[in-house]
Design a protein around this ligand. Structure first.
Ligand code: IYR
Length: 227
């Protein structure tokens, strides 16, 4: 029995031939394998429409109960970028000096990270992703009710994954940056307490002298099991 007309419509699905599936998957793999996390940005501006399209792509992600528990704040104002850099560096200095274990510092050594975060000012824009840990609904009497969100962290991970892929596809470089703790972002960006900072993505073009560490990705036979 069809449920069309009861809140359902027929699926719009474009079927492609198997050979084309293989070709397109190989082309996408080739593209995504060229993605590198960039820590040195040029100050050159980026086309804003590409950013908006990438965030709209992130918004197309599946989410728990389709609650779409995300908010993407695009920061271009140099003063706000500076304040974010100052707060992030203050937390990072504390982390590197006292909060992170020797094991953690050793694990990061090959990546060459430090508490200095010039990219937070150099990149022409920062996308700050907030996880809506719960929703807030305003009732007719003006009072507010908390709406439970399901799997918000998993939903965020999926959405930010699409965002990073979309930005790379648009020819833009990103850094997945998570200063810790990062509640200062709520104060600086005026976000309410149900919004938890999830990640900061500086976005832009790599600096002309940008270098990246020599690292490898695990081979397919290590990450894919057939049973
Ligand atoms: N947040 C710190 C430390 C850091 C932690 C991990 I796990 C990384 O993959 C990279 C860095 C920093 O940004 O330097």
């Amino acid at each position: 029995m069809s449920n069309v007309g009861e809140g359902f419509v027929p699926l719009q699905f474009t079927r492609i031939p198997p050979e084309e599936s293989v070709e397109r998957s190989a082309a996408f793999l080739k593209l995504m394998r060229t993605r590198r996390t960039v820590r040195a940005f040029s100050t050159e501006p980026v086309p804003f429409e590409a950013i908006a399209n990438a965030i709209a792509t992130a918004g197309a992600a599946p989410s728990g109960a389709n609650q779409q528990p995300w908010r993407y704040v695009v920061v271009q104002d140099p003063d706000i970028k500076r304040r974010i850099r100052e707060s992030a560096e203050a937390e990072e200095r504390e982390s590197y000096a006292h909060r992170m274990s020797q094991e953690w510092l050793d694990a990061l050594k090959p990546l060459g990270t430090t508490p200095n975060k010039p990219h937070l000012e150099d990149a022409p824009l920062l996308i700050v992703a907030f996880e809506l840990v719960y929703g807030v609904e305003t009732l007719p009497d003006g009072s507010e009710r908390r709406v439970k969100h399901y799997y918000p962290s998993e939903s965020m991970g999926i959405s930010v994954g699409l965002l990073i892929a979309a930005l790379h596809n648009a020819g833009l470089a990103t850094l997945t940056h998570t200063p810790s703790p990062m509640r200062f972002l709520n104060d600086i960006l005026g976000r309410p307490k149900n919004e938890r900072p999830f990640v900061i993505l500086p976005v832009g073009y790599p600096a002309a002298d940008c270098t990246v560490p020599v690292i490898t990705k695990k081979p397919l036979d290590e990450i894919m099991l057939l049973v």
